[in-house]
Design a protein around this ligand. Structure first.
Ligand code: HEM
Length: 236
């Protein structure tokens, strides 16, 4: 797989197949999200919901497959090996851009899951069209406990599988711990978000716009990283 990803690309003379496909898909997913935003702005709730659903699922599948194939961290490693520009540009421009990009990727993924669930909770179907319902949107104490215990249960089952079947390394255990910990943290943060933005519809619009801005910034940082690595400062 690694060999295929390292074949010459088709976008820039120094690009690799992996980098080009990854960049093109990043553009496609961002454009899909921005089109979904336009649907929401035009009050076409159902089209907005369908496009968001399809793009989020395909983005997550691509993201997992791509990072599994290249292994996490390879991107920054490749940056060091593949960056042919001056050291000042590497330290002051490339690394800050790449770091911002990776932070935005993490935030974007978390917000995609959060907004999907919030979207269903905050809307209802009226004459076949999804519309946001105004009014307070809260997780009841009982549902909150059920969700938290479900997360704990899934983590425990996964731990048993990791230790008995996969004999996974400590790193893999920590990675899964972080994933489940982040989910539990986001669910707990919902309690705080409910206090700040009690109205579900307003919460969806405000956090939704924030999420869309993250996707826009993701496109800018991935374009900048791609240009620096493969067009402006390719490795000599
Ligand atoms: C990643 C997930 C999502 C994001 C980022 C998102 C973002 C947004 C944004 C930014 C708006 C307000 C548009 C504006 O006025 O600027 C909006 C409105 C809306 N969203 Fe979402 N959304 C997401 C998922 C969902 C889902 C899953 C549903 C339904 C199940 C949904 C239903 C709606 C509805 C009905 C509106 C109101 C449209 C109107 O004004 O009539 N959204 N969304």
């Amino acid at each position: 797989m690694k060999e295929i990803l390292e074949l010459p690309g088709f976008l820039a003379p120094s690009g690799t197949l992996g980098a080009d496909v990854s960049y093109l898909l990043a553009v496609v997913f961002t454009v899909l999200f921005l089109v979904a935003w336009r649907f929401a702005k035009k009050a076409e709730g159902t089209k907005h919901h369908k496009l968001i659903l399809v793009s989020t699922i395909s983005m997550v599948v691509y993201f997992c497959a791509y990072y599994y194939a290249r292994q996490l961290g390879v991107l920054s490693f490749e940056g060091k090996e593949g960056f042919g520009g001056p050291k000042e540009v590497y330290d002051n421009v490339f690394i800050p851009t790449l770091t911002t990009h990776l932070v935005l990727v993490t935030l974007g993924l978390i917000m995609a899951f959060y907004m999907l669930i919030e979207g269903f909770r905050a809307s209802e179907k009226v004459n076949g069209e999804f519309v946001l319902k105004a009014g307070e949107l809260k997780v009841g104490a009982k549902s909150f406990k059920i969700v938290m215990f479900t997360i704990l249960g899934l983590w425990s089952v996964n731990q048993i599988f990791l230790t008995t079947v996969r004999h996974a390394s400590i790193g893999v255990n920590v990675a899964w711990g972080l994933i489940f910990g982040t989910i539990a943290l986001v669910v707990s943060l919902e309690k705080l978000v409910e206090k700040i933005l009690p109205d579900g519809a307003r919460r969806h619009r405000i956090l939704g716009r924030g999420t869309m801005i993250i996707y826009g910034l993701l496109l800018i940082t991935s374009t900048a990283t791609y240009l620096m690595l493969y067009v402006i400062y390719p490795a000599k």
